[in-house]
Design a protein. Structure first.
Lengths: 286, 318, 388
């Protein structure tokens, strides 16, 4: 019983971090249909900015978090206007190449600016305290990430299913020309959605940094992990990514408890099994 | 350039490079081995339209198979190549039976997962593979019993060159056969091919298996020439770089693979030697320039230039 | 090889005599990561080499010494081999040096064997490497060398039960074997040996299992960077420290990572051969020169491995010039005062015999920085893994 609870708790906490780091990609790649391998690069920018604000400029965690998200969006919007706008129209392979090239440039820039060492972001003291769950303790920041994960999925559900913006976005993604013909400013919709994806990437990079610490090679190191969450969840479904992240988090955690040294093999075996059974992902639309 | 001229030109260039850069054979040989790997990606991705980020699975398998074969069974290079090819093809066939039922991003993720699992298996089967230290103690017999592998790497270079040309010619025959034309049809429109009764699934599995065999040859070649096999043969970065090189050069044309590899590796070689800290800037910029200005890859450059020249002349006349 | 080594001494004599008269230009090829996630190690090698040159000039015994740097990017044995080949053939180097990772070092064995090139390993710490060629000389350490003394010290401190958690690849297994064998021989009990996959990002499940077995100590081996960062945080936040499970490590608190680890690193115990805070004249001089050239430089295992490696190369060049076998012969048994303390090049294992210190991470009240403070020498040892 203790073991089971451990798996559920640690698995949920880990899965929620997976969701946090992948949800931005779920927006750009899942909804906007651009193979955005540079997703991790935006998370890196967010993390590096937060590190800079906190460690070099000495601001508190909260200000660093907000400033870093804002900074990432400010950087992302002109990139959308100049580069991504053209990338959307490319074939998938060209998208792969373009976003990989962009990722290289980001890594090189951050490397030049901050070096290749770990870029630590310290959580406030309140989030570093252990919280007593009765049968064991859990660090408060893990609970905070779980809470934030739920908040984000609720916010996205509201935004995409309950607002005019969501309607316009879905219309634009389904058929850009028809949407434009109905008077939707698709360029603005894409710009806003891309900014949203970048903001989510930055939040994920910062809030996930306790497990996936920020350093210049972050985008390449964890690229496969981001992609797996979105693929298993199914393209175009935020809820799918959410379920996939939680499921994979819990299954991998179970493997770490039960088959400690075979955890990596088990993880990929599960991915293969899931994708074979549901080729479009858990919640994927055909 | 006509396709059947390519291997001849390639051979001539390679002979020229041999005499022009006699001290850089190690690097040039790496380029040749990588060309074989990227050719296999071109068959799978460029012709059959199967998106893959896991060609390292077959490269690594071929390398370990050839390495183990040389150590435990027989040190003959050609026999080792055959073993590598069979091993690579076998892995591709087994995984392909599952992979070819899916499409798009799912295939990509599955190919990554297969390579990751093999990587971990090779890491854990330490007694057999040497684990993270790599498989060592590979001693090759002379090629065809005539040419010893030498310190400077002359034999290795010629040997790799011959393998590249044989693979290239083989692939250009294959891609122009009815099988190859069928693949192109599937690439362009799988639905139409299915509608006219073509066995799409089995053709894809076959193409993936042949691609796997060629990747296995690349791995085996690498193992024989460097006398070692490492876990890096299964690395995601190898698959990713192979894909980048192919798209840079241009997919769906064999010569694209050759040009992409030559360009990427040469730029990397010089950029990394001169300023290792910042070579990612150079590669990143190069990739972006190509994708924005030559979306069909470097191979489209002559055509575009030609059109511009002609366009210019036409404009003069008008 | 046997033929070569038999003739080597005779050959060496002849050349050493000749050398006294003719000065040579000696080239040293340094193969190390200068790009990618491990770029700082290559930079540290280069900085240490420059520091040594600033102190001792650029020639030894009248021979001008030039260093040629080549970037291997990371773990890439193929590239390491190809770079070595290029350095030996085109640049005609007389010595090779560098090598951060074991697979890269192992990859050049056939080449240095054939060309009789002395190869000084600045880091790669798996015992088995030096068995592959007589031309390897190691100025770093081996995992046995530091892990076995850690087990002895822990037992002395009253630690009787231990769980080992190591990363599941060559060096991790080496460290685990060394610790477990030594600890059990002393009468200690190893409750569990956990091997964690290299790609592990969340260590909570492993550490939760450790917590539930509540051993006296936790022996750890992790690669530097993100895994160490996450692991030490999880160790603190999941109550292992509170439970008094002593952290027993080796390279985890090395200086290039240490400040990033932050407060969670306080009090961690490690056994290792070098601390930037080592109190000696040689270390003070080394650090002074290093900081003069590179004010932001951090000194750690990479720096001291390279610094001593260059010293060894200077000694060899002075005695034997470009004659590989004679140079190696001269290096064997050589003693010198390193920034880490006194060292001797073991004639048998060709790895330095050195002090291993037990250190605790403490915040220096003056600078406010974390330091590995030495609590004493626990052993003066050669490569204990050589005979395994």
């Amino acid at each position: 019983m203790g073991l089971f609870l451990n798996i559920v708790i640690d698995g949920t906490a880990y899965g929620m971090i997976l969701f946090m780091i992948a949800v931005g990609l779920s927006v750009t790649m899942g909804l906007m249909r651009v193979v955005n391998l540079a997703h991790g690069a935006f998370a890196l920018v967010g993390g590096a900015l937060a590190h800079w604000f906190q460690q070099d400029l000495g601001t508190g965690f909260g200000i660093a978090l907000v400033a870093a998200i804002a900074g990432t969006v400010i950087l992302a919007l002109p990139l959308e206007l100049v580069l991504y706008r053209r990338i959307y129209r490319m074939g998938e392979l060209q998208q792969v190449l373009a976003t990989i090239g962009l990722t290289f440039l980001f890594i090189a820039t951050i490397n030049l600016w901050q070096g290749s060492a770990l870029l630590v972001i310290e959580f406030p003291q309140a989030l570093r305290m252990p919280v007593d769950l009765g049968f064991r303790t859990l660090p408060a920041h893990r609970l905070a990430v779980i809470g934030l994960g739920f908040a984000i999925i609720l916010f996205l559900w509201w935004l995409l299913d309950r607002t005019r913006f969501g309607v316009r976005l879905r219309a634009s993604v389904d058929n850009r020309d028809i949407a434009a013909a109905h008077g939707i400013n698709t360029d603005m919709v894409y710009l806003a959605t891309f900014g949203l994806g970048a903001a989510l990437a930055a939040i994920g990079g910062i809030m996930g940094s306790e497990l996936l610490p920020i350093e210049a090679y972050y985008p390449l190191r964890y690229m496969v992990l981001f992609l797996i969450v979105v693929a298993v969840g199914g393209m175009g479904s935020i809820l799918g990514s959410f379920l996939a992240a939680l499921g994979l988090g819990i299954l991998e955690t179970a493997a770490r408890y039960l088959l400690p040294d075979a955890a990596t093999i088990s993880f990929f075996a599960i991915v293969i099994l899931l994708l074979t059974l549901r080729p479009n992902g858990l919640m994927g639309r055909v | 350039m006509r396709d059947h001229l390519v291997p001849i030109v390639m051979g001539l260039v390679a002979v020229g490079l041999f005499f022009a850069f006699p001290y850089d054979l190690a690097f040039l040989t790496r380029v040749l081995v990588t060309i074989v790997l990227v050719l296999s990606v071109d068959l799978v991705l460029g012709y059959a339209g199967i998106p893959t980020l896991g060609q390292a699975a077959m490269f690594g398998t071929g390398a370990y198979a050839a390495g183990l074969f040389a150590i435990h069974v027989w040190g003959d290079p050609l026999a080792g190549l055959v073993v590598g090819a069979v091993a690579g093809a076998a892995i591709a066939l087994v995984s392909g039976l599952v992979l070819m039922r899916t499409r798009g991003l799912t295939v990509i993720m599955l190919t990554i997962a297969v390579a990751a699992i093999l990587h971990e298996i090779a890491n854990r089967a330490r007694d057999l593979t040497g684990g993270a230290d790599g498989l060592r103690g590979i001693r090759m017999q002379p090629v065809l019993g005539l040419w010893e592998f030498d310190f400077i790497g002359r034999t290795g270079y010629w040997y790799a060159l011959v393998v590249v040309i044989v693979v290239y010619v083989g692939l250009s025959i294959l891609t122009r056969s009815s099988f190859g034309l069928g693949l192109r049809g599937i690439h362009d429109s799988p639905e139409r091919m299915r509608a006219i009764g073509a066995p799409v699934y089995w053709r894809l599995v076959t193409a993936y298996t042949i691609g796997g065999g060629i990747a296995g040859i690349a791995g085996a070649l690498n193992a024989q020439i460097t006398q070692l096999v490492s876990l890096e043969g299964f690395a995601f970065s190898l698959s990713a770089e192979a894909l980048i090189m192919l798209i840079l050069g241009g997919t769906g044309r064999l010569v694209g693979a050759v040009i992409g590899v030559a360009l990427f590796m040469t730029v990397h070689h010089f950029a990394a030697a001169n300023d290792p800290f910042n070579w990612l800037f150079v590669i990143g910029a190069m990739v972006l320039v190509v994708v924005f200005f030559l979306p069909q890859g470097i191979i489209s450059l002559p055509g575009i230039l030609l059109r511009h020249l002609r366009g210019g002349r036409d404009a003069d006349r008008a | 090889m046997t033929a070569i080594s038999r003739f080597a001494p005779a050959l060496a004599l002849g050349i050493v005599v000749a050398q006294a008269a003719v000065a040579e230009d000696i080239r040293v090829g340094v193969i190390a990561p200068f790009s990618g996630p491990f770029a700082q190690y290559g930079t540290q090698y280069q900085q240490a080499i420059e520091a040594y040159q600033a102190q001792h000039g650029t020639s030894a015994g009248g021979n001008e010494i030039e260093f040629i740097y080549r970037d291997v990017g990371g773990v890439d044995p193929d590239l390491a081999r190809s770079l070595a080949q290029e350095l030996l053939i085109r640049d005609e180097v007389d010595y090779l040096a560098g090598f951060t990772f074991t697979p890269n070092a192992l990859a050049v064995a056939p080449l240095i064997e054939q060309s009789q090139t002395p190869t000084v390993i600045f880091n790669a710490a798996t015992s088995a490497i030096n068995r592959d060629s007589e031309f390897y000389l190691r100025t770093s350490y081996t995992l046995w060398q530091v892990s076995a003394p850690m087990a002895e010290w822990a037992y002395e401190q009253g630690v009787r039960s231990v769980v080992t958690t190591v990363t599941d690849y060559g060096p991790g297994i080496d460290a685990e074997n060394a610790f477990v064998e030594t600890f059990e021989a002393l009468g200690g009990e190893v409750l569990d040996s956990i091997r964690m996959p290299l790609s592990t990002t969340d260590f909570t499940p492993y550490l939760q299992s450790v917590l539930e077995q509540s051993p006296d100590g936790l022996f750890v081996f992790l690669p530097g960077g993100p895994p160490t960062y996450t692991f030490t945080r999880t160790y603190n936040e999941n109550g292992l420290r509170e439970d008094g499970i002593m952290f027993l490590g080796t390279a985890e608190t090395e200086e290039s990572n240490l400040q990033a680890l932050g407060d969670p690193a306080l009090g961690l115990m490690t056994a290792y051969h070098y601390s930037e805070a080592h109190d000696s004249e040689a270390n003070a001089e080394f650090l002074a020169t290093l900081r003069e050239l590179h004010p932001d430089a951090i000194a750690n295992w990479a720096s001291v491995g390279a610094y001593d490696g260059v010293h060894l190369i200077y000694e060899m060049v002075e005695a034997a010039g470009s004659d590989g076998p004679a140079a190696v012969q001269h290096a064997l048994g050589l003693e010198w005062e390193s920034p880490r303390g006194p060292v001797t090049m073991d004639p048998e294992s060709r790895t330095v015999i050195q002090n291993v210190y037990i250190r605790e991470v403490i915040r220096n009240p003056d600078t406010g920085l974390l330091e590995n403070v030495e609590q004493g020498i626990i052993a003066t040892v050669g490569d204990l893994g050589w005979d395994r």
